[in-house]
Design a protein around this ligand. Structure first.
Ligand code: TRH
Length: 376
């Protein structure tokens, strides 16, 4: 099968993050020939450093990458499957060519735990021009398209999590100082922090400063720029406060490894949230903020499925509401208390095992398209 994937970068890295992961999943795991159209190669190059932001056409890891804004779409014939992501609308000239070849047309939607997703997953939408678009929803239940997950991921994760030496080698290669590695060897906590600007950093720093276990926060360059100041205000490492280390943006497989090495992962958006679940460690999700707090309903829909103790759920609500620092401080302290923490650890393992027992989105989508292609 030949597939075209269209990616419009709205903001941040989630749009390209999902598309790039899907492109590699279909090309490597399923064996499709994949062409990925991207309108913002600079964002792409941030998470996949060998992408050339200037090239109008390039091949990276076996995927044919097209700079969407420059390439005349009418010159390239559609493949067997066209996947537009997040309703991004393929260019008119390309749709014109689709009217002649009638490929399978998929709109891959955003991830949501809300129940209505199950009733919309897989539905067709008949267009006046004769083309039919099908809606494909990722999700957490059997009645959805599932989550992207590469074969062999658990085994790779388990091997790294079982090897203190390999974890240290990995962290050292990221530039983590020997003093931090030594502190970790003596029981220090490692936490990855990937969040939006409104995250309540003061409450985070204050809670970690009162916790007996010292914490090293690993934050990607440019994320949470006020973090160092918040940690200094909470007393700094000398007074038991969290230490901060900056890490460069890294390719997705390394970002997975970072999450696997961490005891606790603060993640956001869509893709890093799913990857933190595959780490099988406690995660705190900052959902993408929307107008009129619609996102808080989506957060609750997911919390209703996630088996973590009430203290962890309350922490996530406080983290996303980003209210007074005291709220986050108290909520994090409660979630780190031994009984809650142990229950949260168990829940993270259970969530990973439950979700990993379902077919992944790559297989589900490939199967769905193959069936539709037979009926063309
Ligand atoms: O960056 P995000 O917030 O992305 C988004 C966008 O805002 C988007 O418009 C919105 O619709 C969506 O969220 C829900 O968060 P996300 O989804 O976690 O994407 C980040 C991607 O970047 C993910 O694929 C992981 C990747 N990444 C790396 O590969 N290396 C890194 O070093 C880091 C920090 C991230």
């Amino acid at each position: 099968m030949k597939a075209d994937i269209f990616c419009r970068v709205v903001d941040n890295y989630g749009d390209i993050g999902v598309c790039w992961r899907l492109a590699r999943r279909l090309a490597h795991g399923i064996g499709w020939q994949v062409r990925l159209w991207v309108d913002d190669l600079a964002s792409f190059a941030r998470i996949q450093q060998d992408v050339d932001p200037q090239a109008s056409r390039q091949a990276v890891q076996g995927v044919d990458i097209v700079r969407w804004t420059e390439t005349p779409a009418g010159d390239l014939a559609p493949g067997d499957v066209v996947i537009e992501t997040f309703a991004c609308d393929p260019p008119a000239a390309f749709v014109e060519a689709m009217r002649r070849s009638h490929p399978v047309w998929i709109n891959l939607e955003y991830l949501s735990a809300e129940p209505w997703v199950e009733t919309c997953h897989g539905l067709p939408s008949q267009r006046p021009d004769g083309l039919v678009k099908h809606f494909f929803f990722p999700g957490f239940t059997d009645a959805t398209g599932g989550l992207l997950r590469e074969p062999g991921l658990s085994a790779e994760r388990d091997a790294l999590q079982a090897s203190a030496g390999q974890q240290e080698d990995f962290l050292r290669a990221l530039g983590i100082a020997e003093t931090h590695l030594a502190a970790r060897r003596q029981g220090g906590r490692l936490a990855t922090l990937f969040c939006y600007p409104q995250a309540p950093l003061a409450g985070l720093a204050q809670a970690l400063a009162t916790d007996a276990r010292p914490t090293l926060l690993l934050a990607p360059e440019g994320v949470a720029p006020a973090l160092e100041a918040a940690c200094a205000a909470a007393g700094g490492p000398a007074a038991g406060g969290p230490a901060v280390a900056r890490v460069p943006f890294m390719p997705q497989p390394d970002f997975d490894r970072l999450l696997w090495c961490s005891d606790l992962n603060f993640v956001r958006g869509e893709d890093s949230f799913v990857r933190a679940a595959w780490a099988a460690r406690p995660l705190i999700w900052q959902i993408y903020p929307q107008d009129e707090n619609v996102h808080l309903e989506k957060l609750d829909a997911w919390l209703a499925r996630y088996p973590a103790p009430e203290a962890a759920q309350a922490l996530m609500r406080a983290w996303n509401r980003a209210g007074a620092p005291d709220d986050t401080r108290a909520a994090l302290q409660a979630a780190l208390a031994p009984a809650a923490w142990n229950a949260w650890l168990a829940a993270a393992r259970q969530w990973d095992a439950e979700q990993a027992s379902r077919p992944d989105l790559g297989d589900s989508l490939a199967g769905f398209c193959t069936e539709l292609a037979k009926k063309r």
